[in-house]
Design a protein around this ligand. Structure first.
Ligand code: TXA
Ligand code: MG
Length: 325
């Protein structure tokens, strides 16, 4: 339903009773539940078909609420100060009095926290009176939702309410930074470019390299993810008639593609990020078996876009399907 004051009050009542609500955020739509209630968290995993060892992000109003749940070091404090409210998630050690359920943390002694900027998400957190866990509101392993219609397509009948506030402004998920022992680590490229984080911290940050370290630090970060049904062919400089083209800057305009959507005809990465998931869904619906994707720059927001495209293109073997979210 349209996300007005009455709808938010109704949604908050559902959340307090342990139910599930899809809420708009500035990145993508999230499937929200009471972070302190194991039953609600279990219902989120069930609705998404998400493996329970993949932890969730708890959404709070501000740093004050976050530091009731986690211990922030100087880096975490500086990043929260610079980017909250907004599309940054911080992973930090749990505080002794923290209330985020163990199931939401998948048993880890760290917790992921984000203060979203979207006014409806903020109103809902405030009205519910508890931190809200909210993974992207899609079935596990599928493309993240940037509109209420996307949520409905994946989760109709599995959740109690959808708050509709129109298309998501940013279109890619939050950037995730771990501030645990040792230096800060980039766990997921996202809506805040790595370069902007480095400017605030005054140091270069490493991207967590799961392959080098054995196990993924963010369990949802390996293998196939954001996957449409069609196969993806990245860095395409041409497209055939049996292919759909996901274009950027008109590079595939003259190709013979069976269908074509341009993420940004003017080569604007912010516009491309906002269109990414909706266009993947739309091209998937054409029924063409392959999506040819034009080259996209890797700087700034391009890092997150290329990351999502690589995951969408990854082989969908059993193991990677299990750890996607
Ligand atoms: O923009 C966003 O972040 C969206 C909106 C709804 O806020 N949410 C989102 O959540 O993308 P989700 O559940 O799709 O992704 C959460 C990621 C997963 O890759 C998970 O493994 C990682 O965060 N994560 C959560 N808790 C963690 C922890 N304690 N340590 C490491 N990674 C963690
Ligand atoms: Mg997700």
């Amino acid at each position: 339903m349209t996300a007005n004051g009455e709808a938010v009050a109704k949604a908050a009542a559902i959340l307090r009773a342990g139910g599930l609500v899809a809420m708009p955020t500035e990145t993508v739509y999230g499937l929200a539940g009471d972070a302190t209630c194991a039953r609600a968290v279990a219902a989120i995993y069930a609705a998404k078909g998400r493996p329970a060892f993949n932890p969730l992000i708890a959404h709070v109003l501000d740093s004050e609420a976050a530091t009731r749940e986690a211990v922030f070091d100087a880096n975490a404090r500086a990043l929260a100060q610079a980017f909250w409210p907004g599309p940054l998630t911080l992973v930090a050690p749990i505080a002794r009095q923290g209330r985020i359920s163990e199931l939401a943390r998948a048993g880890l002694d760290s917790v992921a926290l984000r203060a979203p900027a979207h006014p409806v998400a903020r109103a809902l957190i405030e009205a519910a009176g508890v931190p809200l866990v909210a993974p992207s509101a899609n079935r596990s392993g599928r493309v993240s939702p940037t509109s209420a219609a996307h949520v409905l397509a994946d989760l109709d009948g599995r959740i109690d309410l959808i708050l509709d506030a129109g298309p998501a402004r940013l279109g890619v998920e939050s950037t995730i930074i771990a501030c645990l022992d040792g230096g800060p680590l980039l766990l997921r490229h996202g809506a805040i470019p790595k370069e902007a984080i480095e400017t605030v911290l005054g140091l270069a940050i490493d991207a967590h390299d799961a392959a080098a370290r054995g196990a993924p630090l963010a369990p949802g970060l390996l293998g196939s993810h954001y996957a449409p049904r069609a196969a993806l062919r990245l860095e395409s400089r041409d497209a055939a008639s049996f292919e759909a083209a996901l274009d950027f800057g008109g590079a595939l305009r003259a190709s013979g593609a069976g269908a074509r959507l341009d993420l940004s005809p003017s080569s604007d990465l912010a516009e491309a990020a906002a269109n990414l998931f909706a266009y993947l869904r739309a091209l998937d619906r054409t029924g063409l078996r392959v999506i040819a994707v034009a080259p996209i720059p890797t700087t700034g927001l391009g890092a997150a876009i290329n990351d999502r495209l690589r995951r969408a293109a990854a082989p969908r073997d059993v193991e990677s399907a299990v750890i996607s979210d």
